[in-house]
Design a binder for this molecule. Structure first.
Ligand code: ADP
Ligand code: MG
Length: 382
């Protein structure tokens, strides 16, 4: 059991002109027992940051503490962490039982029977006790990943590190394992760092998300904070599926002119906008409404490009009628309501759901309204 402190950590690969800054001056405080998800696109530095915590990479600058101990000089084994990877990394010639007991034999002075007891009880917990005498080659992907998790758990580490552990599983199994890891982490209460590029996994698993892009920290917050209170346009676009729609425009006399429609800023928006002029309007697909009767108050007309029925909802891709290019935006519509391709439809963008970003820096300049700020912190379990 331990907290983790990452203090001004930078990791650079290579020297001079060819060097890559994989992790750019990141500081983070992770509480004991917390489930932290590093999330961001491929190449954003998630694995590198995790590997510096593990001691598998040495940071170029900065300090890492586990609990109160500075661990910069300690190798992976001395840090008492357990890692789970995408490719399971099980020993192919050992049985499940041998795979699970190997670490205990190497790094503890437990007796043979104590090891056996721990392996058996962990295997029961993971539902793999009937597989103890099989080798990895005889198991399905899901079973192998369960063994890899069991092998990590049985060592009773201070910290779990998991790097995209579910990426090799099919979609359905991934969902089941997601729930299972959530439950395990809750029960065991071991500080966990989990890497994923999948925002759904991040949203559903983390106590807090650490959103990364190009090695830089974008935001640290609960899933709902990142969703409803994104620090910048990158986080707004990355968290949530389908992504938030963005309309870039120029502000003139309180009206934002984007390609396809004019949007009048509210007084509250005007006061947050100050002297920003090039602005991106952000609105989530589920917040836009469609209406096929003309009706005052609707913002603009659009043409239906593609409809993707999902069952209870449909994703409707539209182009503003007055727009010159063929950029589309997406709306989550009621699945029971027939909408046909080529149809002209009225689109309403509720002003209370609109985010505004600076078009140059991406910083958030206006957040959507919520009935109560408490809504975004409900998920906090710390
Ligand atoms: P992620 O896990 O988010 O996909 P990584 O941490 O693997 O990203 O990589 C971050 C950046 O560092 C990438 O640009 C990657 O090419 C680079 N990088 C990672 N490991 C090495 C390495 N061993 N040598 C050189 N560059 C590396
Ligand atoms: Mg990675």
């Amino acid at each position: 059991m331990a907290s983790i402190t990452i203090d001004d950590v930078t990791k650079r690969f290579g020297e001079g002109g060819n060097s890559v800054v994989a992790v750019d001056d990141i500081s983070l405080e992770i509480k004991d027992g917390e489930f932290i998800v590093f999330v961001g696109p491929s190449g954003s530095g998630k694995s590198t940051l995790m590997r510096t915590v593990a001691g598998l990479e040495t940071q170029t600058e900065g300090d890492i503490y586990i609990g109160d101990s500075l661990v910069n000089q300690l190798g992976p084994r001395a840090r008492n962490i357990a890692m789970v990877f995408q490719n399971y990394a099980l020993y192919p010639n050992m049985t499940v039982e041998e795979n699970m007991s190997f670490g205990l034999k190497m790094s503890t002075d437990l007796s043979k029977s104590e090891i056996e007891e721990q392996v058996t009880s962990t295997a029961e917990m993971m539902g793999i006790d009937n597989l103890l005498h099989n080798t990895p080659g005889e198991l399905s992907g899901g079973q192998q990943q369960r063994v890899a998790l069991g092998r990590a758990i049985v060592r009773d580490p201070n910290v779990f590190l998991m790097d995209e552990p579910l990426s090799n599983l099919d979609a359905k199994l991934r969902t089941t394992m997601r729930t299972e890891i959530n439950r395990l982490q809750n029960d065991l209460d071991v500080t966990t760092l989990y890497v994923t590029h999948d925002q759904t996994e991040a949203m559903t698993m983390g106590d807090r998300l650490v959103v990364l892009n190009y090695g830089e920290l974008q935001q640290v917050g609960t899933p709902l904070e990142c969703f409803y209170r994104p620090a910048n346009q990158f986080v707004a676009g990355f968290i949530g599926s389908p992504s938030m729609n963005f309309f870039e425009g120029h502000l003139k006399g309180g009206t934002l002119r984007v390609n396809g429609f004019d949007f009048d800023l509210t007084d509250r928006m005007k006061s947050s906008v100050k002297d920003h002029k090039e602005i991106v309007l952000g609105i989530r697909p589920e917040d836009i409404t469609l209406h096929n009767r003309s009706n005052a108050g609707y913002e603009f007309k659009a043409v239906v490009d593609v409809v993707e029925p999902m069952g209870s909802i449909s994703y409707v891709y539209l182009r503003p009628q007055a727009q010159e290019n063929d950029q589309t935006f997406v709306v989550e519509a009621d699945g029971k309501h027939p909408i046909t391709e080529g149809e002209h439809i009225n689109v309403k963008i509720p002003e209370e759901d609109v985010h505004l970003f600076d078009a140059t820096t991406g910083e958030t300049i206006h957040q959507r309204e919520l009935n109560s700020e408490a809504e975004v912190t409900l998920n906090e379990q710390t």
